[in-house]
Structures are given as structure tokens and as C-alpha cells.
Design a protein around this ligand. Structure first.
Ligand SMILES: [Fe+2]
Length: 246
């Protein structure tokens, strides 16, 4: 297996960014209440490079279970920093961040090093893995934006979205989307009500999540609450005591 070249990753992401119709994306994003979905944005070869790193961290998946809300596996930003240079190069790619900033209409920044969600993987690999309806609530002083990239989807699971839930006088629109490899989704975490339907026996769904913020500061109380939520719901208690390496 050839080593992953972050230079190559950077060029591939630059090529993707250069081909985007920004006017069209911005229009869709705002028409859908700060939500955008694009199928097959990422080339197959790039997804395959990402999957090499994903397969390398499979032994480190933290399984989590919250009755009646979620069940699945996660790998945190801390662990990806140790062994996933291509995924990190993508997360930190400045032209990519500039594109997202232009769509969102605000300058976006990386999450601070101590946020295990900053760049992370979600694994739906066991029957019934799912997550119930929720917002990606921002505990930061600024807004929080989520990118989801489909990496592997051999499942009947769907990303269920409810648009416009916080816009008074506007009818809620429901969407059901498969996150096939290369699918790109981008949304304001406090605006999109969303869930993932359960996978069945023998199915598998893997998604990359990237988080960006407008202000990376957070009160002590919110950081404490966010850490507890992440430990229980996603990355395990060990992540609380793991120091970021970047
Ligand atoms: Fe979410």
C-alpha cells in the first residue's frame, strides 16, 4: 500500500474547490434553511485514500449506547491526529474552509485542539446502530457548522433531515438521504434537525464529520458539559484525559 501523500490530498481538494459553482451552492444553502447536500462531490480515488486511514483506526473505535437515542461507534480527532494525515489535511485545507465560509456567509475557523469532534469518524456497523433526532448544538460562543462526508454506505440507513424547524411561519420540509461515498453535506448545527435511521444486520455505514466555528471560545461550564456529552455519547471517558497532539 503506497503511503498517503498529503500534498496529493491538498491538490485534489483544491481541484474540487475550484470546480464548485459557488453562486448555486449559496442559493441552495440559504433556500434550505442553512443546509446543503451534494452527491458525489468527492472523487472515488480520494474516498479510497481516506478509507485506508479509516481502516487503520478501526481497532480504536469507541462504541457508545444511549438508550432510546443513539448506538454506534466513533473515532475522535485526537486519534485521527495520530494516524490520519489525509483526513486532517482535508479538514485544515484553507481553500476548502474559504469555500465553506463563503457559503455560510461568515468566516469559519477550525475548532480548538481540545474538541474531539473537530474531525472525527462515525461508524454504524452493528444492527440497530442509529442516532435519534437532534441538533448539532453549538456550545461555543459563536455558531458551529457541520460537514458530513459519506465514506462507505452498504446499508439501508438514511440521514433524515427536517429543514426550517426554527423559521416561524415556514412549513417544515422533510428529507431522507443516503450518504453514499463522496456525498457532501453542510449545515448550521443549530438549524438542522436530523437523525440517522437504524442499520440492519450485515450493513455498514461510515461517515466523516468536520466541525467549524465562528468563534472558538467557550465558557468553562459549556466546555465541561460538552466534554461529558462527548465522553458518554461518542468517544469514551479516555478521550477526556487524552491530550491533543497538534
Ligand atoms: Fe448530528
Amino acid at each position: 500500500m503506497a503511503p498517503t501523500s498529503t500534498t496529493s490530498i491538498e491538490q485534489q481538494v483544491s481541484d474540487i474547490v475550484s470546480e464548485v459553482n459557488r453562486t448555486d451552492w449559496s442559493r441552495q444553502y440559504w433556500e434550505q434553511g442553512e443546509f446543503l447536500a451534494q452527491g458525489q462531490l468527492m472523487p472515488k480515488a480520494l474516498i479510497e485514500e481516506f478509507m485506508q486511514e479509516v481502516n487503520g483506526v478501526r481497532p480504536k473505535i469507541n462504541r457508545n449506547f444511549i438508550p432510546k437515542h443513539k448506538k454506534g461507534g466513533s473515532v475522535s480527532y485526537y486519534l485521527l491526529q495520530e494516524s490520519a494525515p489525509a483526513l486532517l489535511a482535508f479538514y485544515q485545507h484553507q481553500a476548502w474552509i474559504n469555500l465553506l465560509s463563503q457559503i455560510a456567509g461568515v468566516p469559519l475557523l477550525l475548532c480548538p485542539d481540545e474538541d474531539p469532534h473537530a474531525c472525527a469518524l462515525y461508524f454504524y456497523t452493528e444492527p440497530g446502530d442509529h442516532i435519534g433526532f437532534h441538533y448539532d448544538t453549538s456550545y461555543y460562543k459563536g455558531a458551529r457548522y457541520t460537514v458530513l462526508i459519506g465514506l462507505r454506505d452498504q446499508s439501508s440507513s438514511q440521514l433524515l433531515c427536517r429543514l426550517h424547524t426554527k423559521e416561524s411561519g415556514r412549513k417544515v420540509q422533510e428529507l431522507s438521504l443516503a450518504t453514499e461515498p463522496g456525498t457532501f453535506l453542510f449545515f448550521n448545527g443549530d438549524k438542522l434537525h436530523h437523525a440517522v435511521s437504524p442499520i440492519a444486520e450485515g450493513e455498514e455505514r461510515i461517515v466523516l464529520t468536520l466541525q467549524y466555528v465562528t468563534d472558538p471560545s467557550m465558557s468553562f461550564a459549556h466546555r465541561w458539559f460538552s466534554n461529558i456529552k462527548d465522553a458518554v455519547g461518542y468517544f469514551g471517558w479516555s478521550a477526556l484525559f487524552r491530550r491533543p497532539t497538534r
